[in-house]
Design a protein around this ligand. Structure first.
Ligand SMILES: C[S@@+](CC[C@H](N)C(=O)[O-])C[C@H]1O[C@@H](n2cnc3c(N)ncnc32)[C@H](O)[C@@H]1O
Ligand code: SF4
Length: 337
């Protein structure tokens, strides 16, 4: 709950307004795991709260550990769906990749989560629980909304989770430690840009609208050209950054024509491109080029003046492609819903 919601809850139980600030402090600053332990609230207030509300903390149900230290956790949401979070330690950084929906309705052809279709929206509580109940929570330095689902197809809950994460009364994280990734849902993106200060990542994957639409149906509703036009209206010269994710698919989006069109599309926008290796999913016709071709593509983009990096693949041995683990869980449970 946001501070405003906590105030409403307090009012509903006849508690003083300042009780909301006390609750926020217990919940987010002190990591309280039991309402009865909120000792600066009266005993009657704690009892009233405990009979009407729950903290929503839910430990992960399982974990897969990679040789490289990456851990993939499976969480159960309040509605009974299974979603994945990846904990990715890297030197003095540790990033948590969180899910924002159970499944996804964007239908990207290369994505395992897309195959599930949309099964349910996560609440801000479900989103934040992935961080709050993480065994390695104390080591986290960054959070990315790059797990299952399209965050901007669930904008109210995602924005509320960001507010709670970054507010003074909340977890107090700097927005510069948080990145929200989107396939380019324009109305939600506008809200994210206006209502938060977090970094933005856009899944681009092809600069030609027709070709992009073949692997990302969302292109037909919101063209990447409109996404870039929107981004041009915001300032990325200061603390806030925008980046473009680009899964390099051999023979599909890695030609000199793609380099040229990317340079044209992003001309003058302060941004970077992250090249990603394709994580194999069952029955998919795509594959990544070898390292030499990947580097050649990166160098060609760099020569056009676009800051381009190749993202290290992590957790290859634990079904890194997001959606594989939860799909397996669904199949084992015989859950076709
Ligand atoms: C799972 S999505 C979640 C965030 C948002 N829905 C989006 O598409 O940006 C996070 C990133 O993973 C990428 N991705 C999806 N399936 C992948 C795969 N099989 N291999 C590599 N990257 C993949 C997406 O393109 C996107 O850049
Ligand atoms: S890549 Fe992102 S938007 Fe596309 S189906 Fe997967 S989760 Fe959804």
């Amino acid at each position: 709950m946001s501070l405003g919601q906590l105030r409403e809850a307090a009012a509903g139980l006849g508690l003083p307004r300042y009780a909301a600030g006390q609750m926020a402090s217990w919940l987010y600053r002190r990591g309280c795991t039991d309402i009865t332990a909120m000792t600066d609230l009266s005993k009657a207030a704690r009892e009233a709260l405990a009979s009407s509300y729950r903290l929503g903390l839910e430990a992960p149900r399982s974990v897969a550990v990679s040789r490289d230290g990456t851990k993939k956790y499976l969480y159960r949401t309040a509605d009974g769906h299974y979603v994945e979070s990846a904990y990715i330690p890297d030197g003095d950084r540790a990033t948590l990749c969180v899910s924002s929906q159970a499944g996804c309705r964007m239908g990207c052809r290369f994505c395992m989560t897309g195959r599930q279709g949309l099964r349910g929206q996560l609440t801000s509580g479900d989103i934040l629980n992935q961080m709050a109940s993480l065994p390695e929570r104390g080591r986290l330095t960054n959070m990315v909304y790059m797990g299952m689902g399209e965050p901007l197809d669930n904008p109210d809950q995602v924005l509320r989770s960001l507010e709670i994460l970054t507010a003074e009364w909340g977890y107090g994280w700097s927005p510069t430690r948080i990145t929200v990734s989107t396939a380019g849902v324009v109305p939600g993106l506008r809200r994210l840009l206006d209502e938060s200060r977090v970094h933005v990542a856009v899944s681009l994957h092809n600069p030609f609208p027709e070709q992009r639409a073949e692997i990302m149906p969302v292109e037909r509703a919101f063209s990447v050209r409109d996404v870039v036009s929107l981004l041009r209206r915001y300032d990325f010269g200061g603390q806030r950054r925008v980046s473009f994710e680009y899964i390099v698919l051999a023979g599909m989006n890695d030609s000199p024509a793609h380099v040229k069109e990317l340079a044209r599309l992003l001309d003058g926008l302060k941004c970077r491109i992250n090249l990603i290796r394709f994580h194999k999913i069952p029955g998919s016709p795509y594959f990544s080029p070898d390292d030499r071709r990947m580097e050649a593509f990166r160098n060609a983009l760099s020569r056009k003046g676009i800051v381009t990096t190749v993202r290290a693949s992590r957790g290859e041995d634990i079904q890194a492609a997001c959606g594989l683990l939860s799909t397996k869980q669904m199949e084992e449970a015989g859950d076709e819903a």
